[in-house]
Write a protein that binds this ligand. Structure first.
Ligand SMILES: N=CN[C@@H](CCC(=O)O)C(=O)O
Ligand SMILES: [Mn+2]
Ligand SMILES: [Mn+2]
Length: 312
């Protein structure tokens, strides 16, 4: 179900005596409308049905609201327009409908020249985001080669009849095969204890590229960035998806499955910057923010910092 933006959420401190350079997001963000000039469009995906189906800890349906509240007070260092394009809300267990609706909204934003930044929501967000990008490609009349860059402790390539937060990239792989699109998937931060051998096998079968959490360190940055650059060279468009459980549990406790090890924030930010620097980034989302398990709002703040950086 789609809900238009509730601009009452965008509240915070006003430093009026400092003039226009002291503005914050809540003062600059605009409600999306169909004739809005191209900009970054925030779209919430209020959903944890996939997390529930995946036996995780529910709470991520409140993620978009917590993320907006954390973004509201951040300093505005941005050029251009940023819009709140509302929420897609999952009703009960109607995950498939919610993903289809998310896809429609993402396509709508892309067709009008915007950069959609989708705020989750469980990682089931990825299937809906991708559907939107794939439909946009179809409407453009040429199927581009799309590369998916996932920052995540998990492959999320699980098998099974029903979709969940553990299956989106396997579903995307199947959708690509059905539409004669290549499946190009690169994951940074894979935890070996957090993914079964079956998942590593599936990743190999599908030609997935990955770097483990222990490899995603500052002293290996050159390799990490080279890998991203080679990957980006082979595709026309990039879709960046950030699963907050890629970060150490001490940095991001407010997720369904906090990481024992995790990738440090500075590495995550460098990878985000590198994805942006390719000039091919069409779409991004931030998944798994779960305010019910957050500590002092710190995970929401980290998620907001990443959204801030993506939008910059
Ligand atoms: N989106 C999360 N997916 C993970 C969750 C792992 C866990 O709950 O421990 C997965 O299915 O592997
Ligand atoms: Mn994960
Ligand atoms: Mn994930």
């Amino acid at each position: 179900m789609y809900q238009a933006a509730d601009m009452a959420v965008w509240q915070g401190r006003v430093d009026a005596e400092e003039g226009p350079l002291a503005r914050r997001w809540h003062e600059c963000l605009q409600a999306f409308h169909d004739d809005a000039p191209p900009g970054t469009a925030l779209l919430g995906f209020a959903c944890h049905a996939g997390v529930q189906r995946n036996h995780g800890r529910p709470g991520a349906e409140e993620g978009p609201l917590a993320l907006r509240k954390a973004l509201a007070n951040l300093a505005w260092h941005h050029e251009g327009h940023i819009y709140d394009a509302g929420n897609v809300r999952c009703v009960g267990d109607a995950l498939e409908e919610a993903q289809q609706e998310l896809g429609r909204q993402v396509t709508h934003l892309l067709q009008r020249g915007h950069f959609p930044l989708v705020l989750g929501g469980g990682h089931e967000i990825a299937y809906g985001s991708f559907l939107g990008l794939a439909r946009h490609a179809e409407l453009q009349g040429r199927p581009p080669r799309v590369g998916i860059v996932n920052l995540d402790a998990h492959f999320d390539l699980r098998a099974g009849e029903r979709g969940s937060s553990g299956t989106p990239f396997r579903q995307i792989a199947e959708a690509c095969a059905a539409n004669r699109m290549s499946f190009n998937y690169l994951v940074y931060g894979i935890s070996e204890p957090g993914n079964t051998e079956a998942l590593f096998h599936r990743a190999r079968e599908l030609g997935v590229q990955w770097r483990g959490d222990e490899e995603c360190t500052r002293d290996r940055m050159e390799d990490l960035l080279d890998t991203l650059a080679f990957f980006a060279d082979e595709v026309d468009w990039l879709y960046l998806t950030v699963c907050l459980d890629v970060l150490p549990g001490s940095v991001a406790p407010g997720v369904s499955a906090p990481a024992a090890y995790g990738v440090e924030l500075s590495v995550v930010e460098a990878l985000i910057d590198a994805a942006k620097a390719t000039g091919k980034l069409m779409l991004a989302d931030i998944a798994e923010l779960n305010p019910a398990f957050d500590r002092d709002g710190v995970t929401a703040k980290v998620a907001a910092r990443l959204a801030w950086r993506i939008a910059r």
